[in-house]
Design a protein around this ligand. Structure first.
Ligand code: PXL
Length: 274
C-alpha cells in the first residue's frame, strides 16, 4: 500500500519554503500527501514585504472534515506554525489522525542565525515542547534547539560536547531521534549532528557563503520521506545532505534553494530495500 502523509505547513506564495518544498519532495518518494495549512502568505517572511492570513480556524475545519472521512496517516510532518493554538491543534492532530506506529517528524521552525522568526511569540518555544514528546524525529537548527531548551543561541564557539549535551537534553524532553542542523565545528564545514545511542554522530559538507531560505525545509522533507519509505535515520541524513549539496551548488537563490535540481537523481529518492 502506498504510504499516506499529512504535512502541517504554511503556504508561502512566493519564495521556496514550507509546503512549497515539502509537498514536491515528499511526493517524490511516492508518498501520498495531504496538507493541513497553517497560514497563507503572499511571500515568506524573509521578503521585505508580505501579508499573512492566519488559518487557525481553517485548521480546525480541516480536522473536522477529515474526521468525517475517517482518514488516517502513516506519517505526520509538522513545520511552520503561527502561534501556540496551532501547535496545540497539531498535537491533537497527531494523537487522532496518526496510525499506531506512524512516523512523526517535528521540524520546530522558529528561527535561524540566533534570532526567532518574525511574528512568533515569546512563549512559542515552550509550547513547541509539547510536540517533542510525540516526535520520532525532530530537526531543529542550532538556534531552534537553543530556543527549545530555553538557552541563548550560540552562533559559534561551541564544541562537540556542548552539541551532544543539547541532543541528549532534547531526547530527555521526549524527542526520540533529535537531529540538529547547521552545526559547524570549523569555518569551512557545516552539517548535521545526531545521536547513536549516547554517542555523537556528525555528518558535514563544505560551507557555502550566503544565507539561503528553505534549506531546513528541504532537509526535513527528505529525512521524513526517506524514513517513511523505510530508510534508517543515518541513511536518511546522508540522502538529505546530498540533496542539499546538489540544490545549493545549482544556482541557489537567497529566497530558496534549487531542490528541483536534485529530484532527477533516482538514487536519492528510492531508499535501498524499499
Ligand atoms: O523556511 C522556514 C519558513 C517557513 N515558513 C515561513 C517562513 C520561513 C522562514 O523564513 O518565513 C512563512
Amino acid at each position: 500500500m502506498q504510504k499516506k502523509a499529512a504535512i502541517i505547513q504554511d503556504v508561502s506564495c512566493l519564495g521556496k519554503c514550507s509546503a512549497g518544498v515539502a509537498l514536491p519532495i515528499v511526493s517524490h518518494f511516492d508518498i501520498e500527501c495531504a496538507l493541513l495549512p497553517t497560514a497563507l502568505l503572499s511571500a515568506h517572511t524573509a521578503f521585505s514585504q508580505y501579508t499573512c492570513m492566519d488559518l487557525t480556524d481553517m485548521m480546525r475545519t480541516v480536522c473536522r472534515d477529515w474526521r468525517a472521512q475517517g482518514v488516517r496517516f502513516d506519517g505526520v510532518y509538522s513545520g511552520y506554525m503561527l502561534n501556540e493554538a496551532q501547535i496545540q491543534i497539531a498535537a491533537a492532530f497527531m494523537d487522532e489522525f496518526a496510525r499506531p506506529g506512524a512516523l512523526i517528524l517535528v521540524d520546530p521552525v522558529m528561527g535561524d542565525n540566533g534570532k526567532a522568526y518574525a511574528m512568533l511569540s515569546e512563549h512559542y518555544g515552550m509550547t513547541m515542547r509539547c510536540l517533542l514528546k510525540r516526535a520520532d524525529v525532530i530537526t531543529p537548527n542550532l538556534t531552534e534547539a537553543a530556543l527549545l531548551l530555553g538557552c541563548t543561541p550560540k552562533l559559534e564557539g561551541y564544541d562537540e560536547r556542548e552539541v551532544r549535551d543539547m541532543l541528549l537534553a532534547l531526547r530527555d524532553m521526549g524527542a526520540k531521534q533529535p537531529m540538529i542542523t547547521g552545526v559547524s565545528f570549523s569555518p569551512e564545514t557545516i552539517g548535521v549532528a545526531y545521536l547513536e545511542g549516547t554517542s555523537l554522530r556528525y555528518v558535514c559538507d563544505e560551507k557555502l557563503a550566503g544565507v539561503f531560505c528553505g534549506t531546513g525545509d528541504t532537509f526535513a522533507s527528505v529525512v521524513f520521506g526517506a524514513m517513511l519509505r523505510g530508510a534508517a535515520p543515518e541513511d536518511a541524513v546522508h540522502r538529505a545532505l546530498r540533496v542539499l549539496k546538489t540544490a545549493m551548488r545549482t544556482d541557489p537563490q537567497w529566497y530558496g534553494i534549487r531542490f528541483e535540481a536534485a529530484l532527477n537523481d533516482p538514487e536519492l529518492f528510492l531508499p535501498n530495500g524499499c
